[in-house]
Design a protein around this ligand. Sequence first.
Ligand code: NAD
Ligand code: G6P
Ligand code: MN
Length: 442
Amino acid sequence: MKKSSVLIAGGGSTYTPAIVNMLIANLDRFPIRKLKFYDIDGERQKITADACAIILKENAPEIEFLATTDPETAYTDVDIVMAHIRVGGLPMRGLDEKISLKHGLVGQETCGPGGIAYGMRSIGGMIDNIDYMDKYSPDAWMLNYSNPASIVAEACRVLRPKSKVINICDMPIGLEDRMSKMIGLPSRKDMIVRYFGLNHFGWWTHITDKEGNDLKPAIMKHIAEKGYVVDESEYAYDNRESWKYSHMKARDLVRIMPEYIPNTYLKYYLFPDDEVAHADPEYTRADEVIDGREKSVFSACREIAAKGTAKDSLIRKDNHATFIVDLACALTTNTKERMLLIVENKGAISNFPSDAMVEIPCLVGKDGYEPLAVGKIPTFQKGLMEEQVAVEKLVVEAWVEGSYLKLWQALTLSKTVPGANKAKEVLDDLITANKGYWPELR
Ligand code: NAD
Ligand code: G6P
Ligand code: MN
């Protein structure tokens, strides 16, 4: 089997060490000859890189490893780019969340004003990385899971339509893992699913086992009673209690949409008042991540570097991130695996705009992806999606044109914002906070 050269863009991410462990565990099906990290913050990346160098030396010494802040060194001789950058870092995520909450609006990483603000930061960083790939390794594929994925995907469609970028999200995968556990199946791969929507905004319409037996009623019954919660103990580490709240909130989502299984992120659009009431404007999810995942991952990394060994390290193997390997395998060995990707609709949802970026099942092989037909979707979902797609398109247009008006319209149209006055208030605060990250708006 051909060995790949892999670049992790955003090498200093809190997810990087667990992904490296996962890649090592999957070398039999996705062999790697070279692994590189690229980040604009060399100091942050050094923490994960020093630890991963040791992890690799102990577990896969044949893999050549390097970490760099130089785009040419990073992007030369690469087959697969795994991109998980966060422009502005967790501190800017915190501001997105807090500024929104200060105005009584949903304060969230990828939804509502926070997601719009993050989108305005991410587009430039993503385009830089795509351009490096196109320049130094034009045959490579970029598997992007940098957020906000729907806005990033729309920016790719508009600004770099020919670049080989595939946008994917782990949320459906994580929720499918939960569903399989709810009904006692060994793996989510024992289920065949049909799904449609936008990123962080979608529904499962059908779930069967391999024999075609309908699994949806049993899953729905579990969600109606316990939401997506399957194991209470999992929330104990890394400040994950707020995820429990999200998983429980799915109970309300199936009350208003009993026909399909919902992505939990829909709660920000359908129950924004509950979200605001439940949030602490002084201590948001960004703080939880800084005090939880970032602290635990980085201290484990520092410990590996200090001891010179990763034996007994607390760094986990991110099992659910194996979808990244599935995707890389599909592209390198033509598996034609069926995966949910964020792609241009082009008629797949027949009663929805052709140029909308939607999240739907696709078959993936060495020439890329082939979306599967979804057909017609119902009025309620269609209406919600049309509004949200317009928001995402307006954000990208605002970024490209430097248009204050279009960003104001985007915020006004978001279901999480009650009207143009509120939209303007929060926009003006976000502009001040994002100086240097957003293009100048006129
Ligand atoms: P993080 O801040 O810990 O790590 C992100 C890294 O990206 C940082 O080291 C930062 O310096 C670097 N970076 C910023 N701008 C860059 C640029 N232009 N080029 C290269 N590197 C750059 O963030 P995190 O919590 O680990 O999350 C990383 C990203 O992954 C976020 O965008 C997050 O939303 C996303 N994410 C996506 C999914 C998904 O399924 N789509 C799942 C989890 C996380
Ligand atoms: C899920 C979503 C990601 C999002 C992440 C946030 O994995 O699919 O898009 O970035 O949750 O998790 P966090 O722990 O950082 O709040
Ligand atoms: Mn996601």
